[in-house]
Design a protein around this ligand. Structure first.
Ligand code: BES
Ligand code: ZN
Ligand code: ZN
Length: 485
């Protein structure tokens, strides 16, 4: 995908379609020259109103392009980056229908337009056809017509490229995207970006670190567990250090507490947290952001079989806390616990953020439009929530309710890994909190948004990689604050 810019409509080169935007009932830009009549006609005829995401196609001898897409942005007073993402997402879908490979887009004169337009187009234009015999034709060239659009558009292109790569990882077969595959992918990132270094820790290292919980979850699997550590040093002079920990369960059968067909069908997406972290570090490097970030990704499969870890058995975590397994399907918190305790001891981070598809209850609580956020730091929680609103990858803060902690008590061990189904997501967060000491920590349960049954707005069906834009925005804001100080 290539993005070009040009300042004026009459300087453009001909492409497969020209996109002209409308607010409700009115052209966004009146400077259309000889195209004005043809663009006003559908409004005058009452065939097109300019409602959000509304799209019409017109043809005419006076148009240099094969066609014009008329695009509705909804009422001018309520226009926002999110509305632009939705509207230009509809354009990407029209490109599939009309087999357009190149687009000219007359940008609305809004400061946020270049970024939001690219995000909507590239998100909805994502194609996953690896396993299809008939391939889709992707968009290849976009020319944005507007002033000063290049920098923001180029940054958005880089972020969306990493988002779409994360989607490929999530959607790929679980028998392809194994812990070893993720490790190889992380190594390749370090070859592509000199400021990323990758260390792959194998099973022997995991044993040496006494990560008994990660080993327990992994013991039934065909593939050995891995601990992937990727570091990006964009600001070597600073002690500031963000550690991201991502859940990398490459397939979740539920273990001996086997999931149903319905429950298991999407479980190749249970490494979404790890994929999001990899995309975030890739975006940081691609944007040369002045931040220091380390991704720590415990990865393995939660398999069923003669070697699978057992209900009722007790395993010892790296931190020394022993855990009675009351549910083998509550495996994400186990692998994260060992990674969090390593992160705290090895890096003494200024902030620690873990992300993953932890609980189905999160979806029961929030539906599919929010991720759950838990944090021991109001400051961190507020900053993340604000980035969530800004990127529309929204977070809703949940309580770390102390009274519920006793539900994790065990007769035979220091704690259990799961309790009653009530407040399942909170119990999970309370379990994790035991491993973070006093480090400012946030836990993002992305189970509600990670994998979509249907395409929604500019988000594709299946793996969404929601969370990448959120975390990149959060890190970008932080970099700005440091510069202000
Ligand atoms: N990977 C699942 C959570 C999940 C469910 C993600 C649905 C995406 C969609 C996780 O490992 C799991 O199975 N959690 C259990 C926890 C329970 C046993 C306490 C769950 O949600 O049922
Ligand atoms: Zn599970
Ligand atoms: Zn899981």
């Amino acid at each position: 995908m290539q993005i070009h810019t040009t300042a004026y409509l009459d300087k453009r080169e001909v492409s497969d379609a020209l996109v002209i935007a409308y607010y409700k009932g009115q052209l966004v830009r009146p400077d259309l020259g000889h195209l004005e009549t043809i663009c006003q006609a559908p409004i005058h005829a009452g065939d097109f109103t300019g409602g959000l995401g509304e799209l019409a196609c017109v043809w005419g001898a006076e148009v240099e392009e094969k066609r014009i897409f008329l695009l509705g942005l909804g009422p001018e007073e309520s226009c926002s980056p999110e509305k632009l993402r939705i509207a230009y997402g509809a354009v990407a879908k029209a490109c599939f229908k009309y087999k357009c490979k190149s687009l000219n887009i007359l940008l609305p004169e809004l400061e946020y337009a270049p970024k939001a337009v690219v995000e909507g187009l590239l998100s909805a234009g994502y194609i996953f056809d690896l396993y299809k015999s008939e391939k889709e034709e992707p968009l290849e060239d976009i020319t944005l017509i507007g002033k000063d659009a290049l920098k923001a558009a180029d940054r958005a292109l880089r972020v969306m490229t990493s988002v779409n790569r994360a989607r490929d990882l999530i959607n790929g077969n679980a028998d392809t995207v194994t812990p070893q595959f993720l490790a190889q992918y992380a190594k390749e990132l370090s070859q592509e970006f000199p400021r990323i270094t990758t260390e792959i820790k194998d099973k022997a290292w995991i044993q040496h670190e006494n990560m008994g919980l990660l080993l327990a979850v992994a013991q039934g699997a065909k593939y050995d567990p891995q601990c992937i550590i990727c570091s990006y040093k964009g600001r070597p002079v600073s002690d500031e250090h963000t550690v991201l920990v991502g859940k990398g369960i490459t397939y979740d059968t539920g273990g001996l507490k086997l999931k149903s067909i319905e429950g298991m069908l999407s479980m190749r997406s249970d490494m979404s947290g790890a994929a999001v972290c990899l995309a975030v570090i890739e975006a940081c490097a691609a944007l040369s952001m002045p931040v220091n970030v380390t991704c720590l990704l415990p990865t393995c499969e939660n398999a069923i079989g003669k070697d699978a870890y057992k209900l009722g058995d007790v395993y010892k975590s790296r931190a020394g806390i022993t855990v009675e397994i009351t549910n083998t399907d509550a495996e994400g918190r186990l692998i994260l616990a060992d990674a969090l305790s390593y992160a705290v001891d090895a890096y003494n981070p200024t902030q620690l953020i873990d992300v993953g598809t932890l609980t189905g209850s999160m979806e029961i609580a929030l539906g599919n439009s929010y991720m759950g956020l838990f944090s021991n730091s109001d400051f961190l929680a507020e900053a993340l929530t604000s980035s969530g609103l800004h990127t529309h990858e929204r977070l809703w803060r949940m309580p770390l309710c102390e009274e519920y902690r006793e539900q994790l008590k065990s007769d035979v061990a220091d704690c259990k890994n799961a309790a009653t189904p009530k407040a399942g997501s909170i119990i999970c967060a309370l379990f994790l909190e035991q491993f973070v000491q006093n480090v400012p920590w946030a836990h993002i349960d992305m189970a509600p948004v990670a994998f979509a049954k249907d395409a929604r707005g500019y988000l594709p069906k299946n793996g969404t990689a929601v969370g990448v834009r959120l975390l990149v925005d959060y890190l970008e804001k932080q970099q700005r604050e440091q510069h202000d100080n």
